[in-house]
Design a protein around this ligand. Structure first.
Ligand code: PLP
Length: 362
């Protein structure tokens, strides 16, 4: 089955094979060494030996974002949450669940957030200490302006927290240049590993700052994952085999090259959009804001999502539904994972057939 949903993704044979390595105990040197290697590859791939450390947690992307938010907000201060899609809304939900002080800035789901309103909020409320934003809103395939918001965070001396769960290894990210203090990512999307392990890249100095904040969660308290003696270890039982596959996926990513991976995704997403336009299908997000890995398309009459999904699945392709208010209005096609150009050509052929068979005007 070809997975055109934004994770879990199709993985390569070498990543799948890595699941079959030896059974090991997570309290032994073998696991410490695996973890050390994963952490150093994450830094090599995404932080270019700048002053960041990598925390790896056996959890889904949401939990990694929750670890970041619940650990990063100092008592008596607020987090400004930028919401222009389901995952921005989820960050606000997390802040609410932890009863954190917050300022929620909602904006149009098909456009980048208004920078002037962000700046106004920072001017109006000096108790805002953290700005939280999603890099790539998977809801719509919109790429948010991380550099510009990071510049504001820097100018106003705020902590910048980024959910890059669906962006990392799919969009260019320069942590230092974008003034990112804490970033959440996951193995099972553009890194092309399996779901079940996620990570955070945290500025060294900010990890020390977070140690002074109250512990709000047992499992998701980030400083608990960094021993002061620097020995790589995990406080709770990790998904060992998923870590093996994550490690292999990182080796594979570095073999391909992070820039080359991003470029491959970019080219495929542009190919798909061109072919969608050729079928008279309309994309939701203006091209200049479109990400490299998700295309959201208005459902063409008379097709319903269920008909489109089921007919494509019968031909071997899994697409993805819209979320929230877009639920029955759009379909989404992700181009993450170990897929080839001929997989995408096969998908376009199948989509053409479904459109013809169901009377969609193309
Ligand atoms: C931007 C973003 N953040 C968070 C998540 C949540 O990840 P998970 O479903 O692994 O909890 C997703 C999942 O698609 C996502 O795209």
């Amino acid at each position: 089955m070809i997975l055109l949903n934004p994770g879990p993704v199709n993985v390569s044979a070498r990543v799948r094979q890595a699941l079959l390595r030896d059974d090991i105990c997570h309290r032994e040197e073998e696991f410490s060494s695996l973890l050390r290697d994963i952490q150093s590859k994450l830094i090599q791939a995404f932080a270019h030996d700048q002053d960041y450390l990598a925390v790896v947690i056996s959890c889904s992307g949401t939990a990694a974002v929750e670890a970041a938010i619940s650990s990063a907000v100092a008592p008596g201060t607020k987090v400004l949450v930028i919401k222009n899609g389901v995952y921005g809304e989820r960050m606000a939900e997390i802040a609410r669940a932890y009863r954190l002080g917050r300022f929620e800035l909602a904006s149009d789901w098909t456009q980048p957030p208004p920078l002037d309103q962000i700046e106004m909020a920072l001017n109006d409320d000096p108790s805002i200490q953290v700005i939280a934003m999603v890099h790539h809103e998977t809801t719509t395939g919109l790429r948010n302006p991380v550099e510009a918001v990071g510049e504001l965070a820097h100018r106003y001396e705020k902590v910048f927290l980024v959910d890059a769960v669906s962006a990392i290894a799919g969009e260019p990210i320069d942590l230092e240049a974008s003034h990112i203090d804490i970033l959440a990512g996951t193995a099972g999307k553009c890194i092309q590993g399996f779901p079940g392990v996620s990570f955070l890249l945290v500025r060294d100095a900010f990890m020390e700052t977070m140690r002074t904040y109250p512990k709000r969660s047992v499992f998701l308290h980030l400083p608990s994952y960094c021993r002061e003696d620097d020995v790589p270890s995990v406080p709770f039982t990790p998904s060992v085999q998923i870590h093996y596959a994550f490690h292999e996926a990182l080796v594979e990513l570095l073999d391909e090259g992070v820039d080359q991976r991003i470029d491959r995704y970019h080219r495929v997403s542009r190919y798909l959009r061109e072919r969608f336009r050729g079928l008279a299908l309309q994309c939701l997000v203006p091209e200049e804001h479109g990400s490299n890995t998700i295309t959201a398309v208005w459902l063409p009459a008379p097709l319903t999502y269920v008909e489109l999904h089921d007919q494509l699945k019968a031909k071997g392709f899994v697409i993805y539904a819209g979320q929230g208010a877009l639920h029955s209005k759009i379909f989404r096609v992700a181009n993450m994972g170990a897929l080839t150009q001929s997989d995408f050509e096969g998908f376009i052929g199948a989509l053409e057939q479904v459109c013809q068979n169901t009377g969609v005007e193309t």
